[in-house]
Structures are given as structure tokens and as C-alpha cells.
Design a protein around this ligand. Sequence first.
Ligand SMILES: Cc1ncc(COP(=O)(O)O)c(C=O)c1O
Length: 313
Amino acid sequence: MARTLAAGWSEGDEVVVTRLDHDANIRPWVQAAERAGVTVRRADFDPATGELTADHIRAQLSDRTRLVAVTAASNLIGTMPPVAEIARLVHEAGALLYVDGVHHTAHAPVDVRVLGADFFVCSPYKFLGPHHGVLAASPELLETLRPDKLLPSSDAVPERFELGTLPYELLAGTRAAVDVLAGLGGPADGGRRTRLGAAYEAIGAHEARLRARLEEGLAALDGVTVHSRAARRTPTLLLTFDGRSTEDAYRFLAGRNVHAPSGHFYALEASRHLGLGDTGGLRVGLACYTSDEDVDRLLDGLGDFLKQTPAAH
Ligand SMILES: Cc1ncc(COP(=O)(O)O)c(C=O)c1O
């Protein structure tokens, strides 16, 4: 999509990316901009609060802005920027908004029109489905775009963008995953969309309760810094430890049957902006299938790790 959109850019145009995003929603724009002679502007986020506000985006907009790429939720620290507010600014500037919903979609319901996204992408494997890519955009907008394609393949929308024989088994798997999700709100009347709404309410409540339990437990441990601080965020916490490596913590926890990996998780610019360089931190993610026992096992494991690992000074 970056290549396709860049075909309509001219020298002197600008695109805006953020330092909060996964590299998947930065590098394709940077590379397409380089090829097209277009300027890339970077919206910061506040490393102290983890917040990316509409003002951070506003500061980078100009009458040459063609596209703004922003995440609906950070996969590193969970921050959920105010996408609908950002969409209004971006559209006032006459630009398009490309929203990365890969992390968001596992935790919060999506209404692309309410978000105001011109493009919204997500990856079903993040919400119990198989590995393939999903892009939502209005047929009218897609009609204006001309991706490279084979001559005999359909020029209709959306087939124009769906190259080759479709992965039917993945499409069936994604549909089945959405049905599983829609059932998590318990028996409810109404169509799939209504049931999904109830399910996400239940998922949100479950994750919020576990997050409170986790944050309370972490606050009682000495030497832990929690970098996830935004007011609106998913239950994804990034931690570092005074004088101890997060890689050692990851290995220690793995021995206790806790999967909490260490790294930057491809949100490389965000990790650097947080002052964590290319090392990143220990990421703890809660999901609809996480239990109270899982949270307690993690907290016990971390407590033991901190006791048993002397801090280097
Ligand atoms: C926010 C975000 N964007 C993009 C990606 C990349 O998605 P995919 O693995 O489907 O390429 C990820 C994967 O972790 C992600 O969390």
C-alpha cells in the first residue's frame, strides 16, 4: 500500500510517522518517501507519560502533508492514541490517515468509521486467528488507487489488491476466529457485530481487573520500573529492573512457565525514545485467556528473580 500511495506523491510532499509505532507502520513509509523524494516528519510521544496526543501530530502537519501513519495501540507500552481526534486534524489538513490496528484489535472493538481511519490494518493471528493481513478502506478510496498487478487479474475493488489465488483456508480461519471472539460475551441476541460488542466489553473488563492486580503486585516489588503509563492503554506492560537484565528475567520466568519475553518487539524507535536503546524491556501481555493464577505466577516469579539476582551497580 505504501508503494501504491507513493505513486501519487510529488517532491516536496510530506508524510508523518510516529516514534510510538511498530516499525511495520514506519519503515514502509520512510522507504517509499525516500524513493519519491518526499519528506518524512516524525511525531514524538512523551516518554515520561507514554502519551501520544493530537498535539504531537498537529505539530508535524502542514499543507504538504499527504499521509499520517499512526498506531491505534502501541505493542510496546500499550498506549492508545486518540485516533478519532487525530483523524479530524489529518483530514482538515487534506491528508489521509493510515492506522495500524494490529495490537489494538486484540483488546478493543473496532469501528473504522468512528475512528476516522482511511485505512485500518490488522493481523488476525493477534486475535486467535491465522496469519494473514487485513486492510479496511472505503471502496471509493480504493477505486482511486492503482497497485501493480498482473494484467489478467481482476481490476475490480477489492480484488485489484488481492493478488493471486485467495488464501481461502485463512479467510475461513479468520471468520471462525471472529465467531469465537463474538461468543466470549456469553449468549446474546443480535447479529455478530452486537455479540462482538458484548464480547469486547467482557474482555475489557477481564483485562482491566487483571491489569489492576498486576500493577498492584508490581508496585509492591522494589527495583521495578513500569514504562506503560498512558491513561488509555491496553494491558501490555513494559518493565525494566534496577541493575538486572530483562533478558535474565525472561529466562528466569520461562523456567517458571511464564512467557514474558525481552526486547523492543520491532517498536525500535519507541524503545530508543524511552531511553531503552535497542535492548528494550520485559513485556508482559494480558489477554482474554489470561487467568488470575497466571498473573500471580508472574508476580511470584518476578519477586524471586529480584531476590535471587543481585543488582549490578
Ligand atoms: C502494532 C503492530 N503492528 C504491526 C505488527 C506486525 O504485524 P505482522 O506480524 O502481521 O507483520 C505487529 C506485530 O507484532 C504489531 O504489534
